[in-house]
Design a protein. Structure first.
Length: 231
């Protein structure tokens, strides 16, 4: 498995100093090399100094993820954003997804803002041991066996809820996200979509070959919505 997947953590305390220009340029270069889940969906990623939100974290830098409003757009943001998360963690830089944060200025997001991510040098341990992960067992989030599901199990998610489900069938992994209703739908369904993209990114990272497609006649999972299939 990808070594960083087994030790990354969300960093909530940062050193105050800005990253140097050379490091920020490497981040910008990495942004340009990301592989989207859906290449036809337009998205934007901006590095900014400030974001706002009820649960915002103080950090020297933030990434603002914007996207056009299309089917699969939020899954796409989770997929490319988690690539950056893993890249930064491997480079010794801390990160944290900020689901309730927004840019402070309209020009900070060329497309409608979907989510933000803090980043900078950590003021707490950057990585953790595998035993320190607080995650559901595979039996609670999946049916069937595929060694790549362990990477999905370790993926970060909103309030660490892991609101996804995977069904392995004939070498394929069918991916589902929880469908909340009522007030919870307004609060969480968009985050469930982003979380789905994050988990699928982890599967892609540990796959020799990776394609994500929509199939017909897939198994149903009560309380969940089918997102796509890894083949």
């Amino acid at each position: 498995m990808n070594d960083i997947i087994q030790k990354r953590k969300s960093i909530r305390k940062y050193a105050a100093a800005d990253l140097d220009d050379a490091t920020l340029e490497k981040v910008n270069m990495q942004i340009k090399s990301l592989k989207p889940l859906y290449p036809d969906i337009k998205y934007s990623i901006q590095i900014v100094k400030k974001t706002k939100g009820l649960f915002n974290i103080k950090a020297p830098h933030y990434l603002v993820f914007g996207t056009e409003d299309k089917e699969g757009a939020l899954e796409n943001i989770g997929f490319v954003g988690q690539q950056l998360d893993l890249f930064l963690s491997e480079a010794g830089i801390g990160t944290c997804w900020l689901g309730a944060s927004k840019p402070t200025a309209k020009e900070d997001s060329p497309l409608p803002s979907a989510i933000c991510m803090s980043f900078g040098m950590p003021a707490e341990p950057l990585h953790r041991e595998l035993a320190e992960f607080k995650r559901k067992p595979l039996s609670a989030i999946s049916e069937g066996e595929d060694k790549r599901l362990e990477a999905a199990r370790l993926a970060p998610s909103a309030v660490n809820a892991q609101n996804w489900y995977f069904i392995v069938e004939n070498g394929k992994i069918h991916c589902y996200r929880k469908h909340s209703r009522g007030l919870l739908a307004f609060m969480y369904n968009n985050m469930h979509r982003i979380d789905m993209g994050i988990a699928v990114c982890h599967i892609a990272e540990v796959s020799d070959e990776f394609r994500f497609i929509k199939e017909d006649n897939v198994p149903e999972r009560k309380g969940y919505v089918y997102s796509g299939t890894v083949v």
